[in-house]
Design a protein around this ligand. Sequence first.
Ligand code: NCD
Length: 304
Amino acid sequence: MSSLKSLIQIKDLTPAQIKSVFSLARDFKNHTYQVSERPQVVALVFFEASTRTRMSFEMAALRTGRKTILFDTGKGTSLEKGESFVDTMMNIASMGPDLLVVRAPDELDLLKVSQKISIPILNAGWGKKEHPTQALLDMITLLGKRAGDLKQERLLFVGDVKHSRVVGSHIQLSQILNYEIGFCGPSEFMPQSDEASSNQYSKIKYFNKLEEGLNWATSLMLLRVQKERHAASFNLEDYMQNYSLDAERLKRLKKDQWILHPGPVNQGVEMSEVAYSDERSLILEQVSNGVAVRAALLNYFLET
Ligand code: NCD
C-alpha cells in the first residue's frame, strides 16, 4: 500500500508522487503496465451524474485486472429512504472493497469521511471544490504536446470558472507543475471578491474579453456552463456571442494553441462543432488519457 492514503485534493500529492503517477500512466499507454494478480474490487460511488469519469475509472479497473461494484446516483437505493451520504459510504466500505472512487456533492465532507474509512478514497469530483484526476489528465495531455515542459504554458479557462471543481484542482496543480492560469468570462462567472483576493488567486490573470484572453493564452480550457449549480438564470445568447469559440475566433488561433474541455460539451455554446473537431482540439485525447491516469492511480494506491 502506498504511503499516501487517499486523493481528495491535489495538495495530497507531492511533486514526486505526481511524477510517479504520470510515469505509470505512460506505462499504461505503452501497454507495459502492471495487472493486479489479486482479485481486487473497486467500488464506484457516484452521488452525482457522470459519463467520462465513471466509465474511465471502470475501464481502468478492468484493464488492470480488477473488478468493480457500482452505486449510480442513488436512484433505487436507500438514499431515497432518507439514508445519508456518509452512512451510504460507510456501509459500502464495510462490504470490503479495496478502494472507493467517489463523486460527492459539496455537503459531503470527503476529508472527514476519509479519516473514518481505512481503505483509499479517490475523489472523482467533489461539488464545486476539486476534481484532481481531471486536472492530472489535462496536464499529462498538454505535457505530451510540449515535450514534457510546461514552463511557457499559459492556460486560459473560459466560462463558468466560479462553479468549476476542475479549476479548483488546477489552481493547486499549477503551483506544483509551474504553468500560468488565466480566467475569462462574464463577471457573474468569476470567483467572488473574498475568494479572488486570497493568496492562491494572486497570480491568476483575468480577462473580460475573449479576444484579449486568446492573445495571452498558449492553450484554452473551455468550461461547461453549470446550469445545475446556478441560482439565477442568465442570458445564454449573450454568453455565446461573447465567449463561444466559434469558426471566426477559431481562425485566429495559432497552430499550437491547444483546445481542451473536461466534457460534457454543450455543442454550439462553449464552442462550435468545427472547433470541437479542429486538429488543435485535444478533447478526445483527454478522455483516453483519463483512463491511463486513473489506471495509474489505481496501481499507485493499490500496488506500490
Ligand atoms: C466535469 C465535472 O463533472 O466536473 N466533467 C468531468 O468530470 N469530465 C465538468 C462538468 O461537469 O462540466
